[in-house]
Ligand binder design. Structure first.
Ligand code: LIP
Length: 257
């Protein structure tokens, strides 16, 4: 089945919903599990707007979303995986570096990934088997070695048990590569890897909605995505570590882990 039509419709819905991000005035937030883990009314309203539009596109599809309570199984027959605002803290504090991320999966296989950064009007999109695009330009992850790479890193801020290991690895990749970037949006970090801007990205614990769409973008751009053990990531709803980038950089990184 060709999912190009669905990708185009998701792009349309994300651009429409992004108006809420662009026009947000004074933003209030509530803490979820910690002061670091926040959600705003805009997150919730963007999610509601997306769900209403997506339901029309694929009747009967289920939803696995950051701001929903009860979740379906992410590997059900037909599932939209949504992060309404990835980089919520960036949004709340005005860093202008957040995005909307939607993936569509069937039986645990991601078929469509769409990530929109409204601040710079960058629409990253991929349909399985058809390549990755930034707006209308085809992307390649490239084949940089780690020593020739800028590395995006994530701090897993909601999981203190991962902080020591994360910062130990940050120093190792800083020494091995050109520099590191902590941008605050896993989905946009994966877009950076898909576009060849970053040769490597890793984060030791993420939710499925953070990486579902970006995983397809990197893979369709010729990059590789795995967990910190170097294993394939199973799309079943569980949280996971994520390592993504060029094959050379990922293999070099996994050796140092
Ligand atoms: C965030 C990610 C970020 C990660 C945070 C959080 P949110 O997503 O984009 O890279 O470090 O733990 O998952 O919560 O802003 O949608």
């Amino acid at each position: 089945m060709d999912y190009s039509w669905l990708s185009k419709e998701i792009q349309r819905l994300e651009k429409e919903a992004a108006e809420q991000i662009r026009s947000a005035g004074r933003i209030t937030a509530e803490c979820k599990n910690s002061a670091r883990d926040v959600v705003t009314e805009v997150d919730k309203n963007v999610q509601l707007q997306l769900m209403a539009g997506l339901k029309e596109l694929v009747p009967g599809a289920e939803f696995f979303c950051e701001e929903l309570g009860a979740q379906c199984r992410a590997d059900d027959a037909s599932v939209f995986i949504i992060d309404p605002i990835d980089g919520t803290m960036n949004f709340l504090r005005g860093f202008n570096h957040s995005c909307i991320s939607v993936a569509y999966a069937e039986n645990g296989e991601i078929k469509v990934g769409v990530i929109y950064n409204p601040y710079v009007d960058e629409m990253f999109h991929a349909v399985k088997g058809q390549g990755t695009f930034l707006n209308d330009r085809r992307l390649s992850a490239g084949d940089r070695t780690l020593s020739d790479s800028v590395v995006c890193v994530g701090t897993s801020p909601y999981y203190p048990e991962y902080w020591d290991k994360s910062f130990e690895l940050f120093r190792k990749v800083f020494d091995a590569g050109l520099d590191i970037r902590r941008q605050g949006s896993a989905a946009l970090d994966l877009c950076s890897a898909a576009a060849g801007r970053a040769g490597l990205y890793f984060e030791l614990k993420l939710s499925l909605w953070d990486f579902a769409a970006g995983k397809l973008l990197v893979e369709e751009a010729g990059g590789v995505v795995c967990n910190i053990e170097g294993e394939p990531i199973v799309i079943d709803g569980r949280k996971s570590s994520v390592v993504a980038g060029t094959r050379k950089a990922v293999l070099e990184f996994l050796k140092m882990v």
